[in-house]
Design a protein around this ligand. Structure first.
Ligand code: NAD
Length: 258
């Protein structure tokens, strides 16, 4: 069997949080293209349903939509149960849902800080541990978390201390779970994208206005595309990454190199 065949995800079942659009939609599409059945998990159920339909039609795989607020423990437990029941198991997941709140630290409210932490890191703890418990009891699995280059650097000029801190925490949670579960068949890795042209950036006027400044700082002079994160996630979800755990993959066109 050649390497491309070995990397396929035929027979595997997984879910993507924040899968309705942006990076999550892209990785969900790639998982299905590689042969997996996939659940699109999102707060925005209407868009998740449309995305699931689009991916199912394009790939012929079973793709379902599930409404879930990843900050709510009961929602996440129900979602994992529904994935297992409707897809027939759980082999991998991509904990990807996230938000970005920009505010100077001395003006940021505690509520803004808590909201950012709830969606960006507390939700990853819930998703990873609830999905992880199933995987530990059922022969193992692979968990991918979306961190960010913001967990490695402090972005400028926009102030985003909560986002940066939450993404650094995603990486350290990833490493901690990877070590705890290394001998029990569950691998945990993270990806750290640079600036990617999704609605998180393009639909936020205060961020969209900064794209030219970011591009001037970027060695490649451009934003990344969500498609440019697909292949690493297919690799991490599948069996060829069996010795890869506790790693963070920076995909940023060398933005963080200097
Ligand atoms: P996006 O805003 O396009 O998509 C995020 C999705 O998450 C949306 O569909 C939204 O409905 C969903 N979501 C938000 N809160 C949720 C909740 N509580 N429960 C369930 N779903 C929820 O964003 P994106 O650019 O695709 O970002 C995806 C991930 O990538 C985020 O974690 C983000 O921090 C990270 N990231 C993005 C960039 C970038 O430049 N776009 C760079 C680095 C990291």
């Amino acid at each position: 069997m050649g390497i491309i065949e070995k990397m396929r995800l035929d027979g595997k079942k997984g879910f993507v949080t924040g899968g309705a659009r942006g990076i999550g939609k892209c990785t969900a599409t790639a998982f299905a293209e590689a042969g997996a059945d996939v659940a699109i998990v999102d707060l925005d159920y209407e868009t998740a349903v449309a995305t699931a339909k689009e991916i199912a039609e394009a790939t012929g795989r079973k793709v379902i939509a599930l409404k879930c607020d990843v900050t709510n423990e009961d929602d996440v437990k129900k979602m994992v149960n529904d994935v297992v029941e409707q897809l027939g198991g759980l082999d991998f997941c991509h904990a990807n849902a996230g938000i970005c709140i920009n505010a100077p630290a001395d003006e940021m409210t505690y509520q803004q800080w808590l909201k950012n932490m709830d969606v960006n890191i507390n939700s990853v703890f819930l998703t990873d541990t609830i999905a992880g418990k199933y995987m530990l009891a059922h022969g193992g699995g692979s968990i991918i978390n979306t961190a960010s280059m913001s967990g490695h650097i402090v972005n400028v000029p926009q102030p985003q201390c909560a986002y940066n801190a939450s993404k650094a925490a995603v990486m350290q949670l990833t490493k901690s779970l990877a070590v705890e579960w290394a001998k029990r068949g569950v691998r945990v890795n993270s990806i750290s994208p640079g600036y990617i042209g999704t609605e998180l950036v393009l639909a936020a006027p205060h961020l969209k206005a900064l794209i030219d400044q970011w591009n001037a700082m970027a060695p490649m002079g451009r934003l990344g595309k969500p498609e440019e994160l697909e292949s690493i996630c297919v690799y991490l979800a599948g069996d060829t990454s069996s010795f890869t755990t506790g790693s963070d993959f920076i995909i940023d066109g060398a933005f963080t190199c200097f």
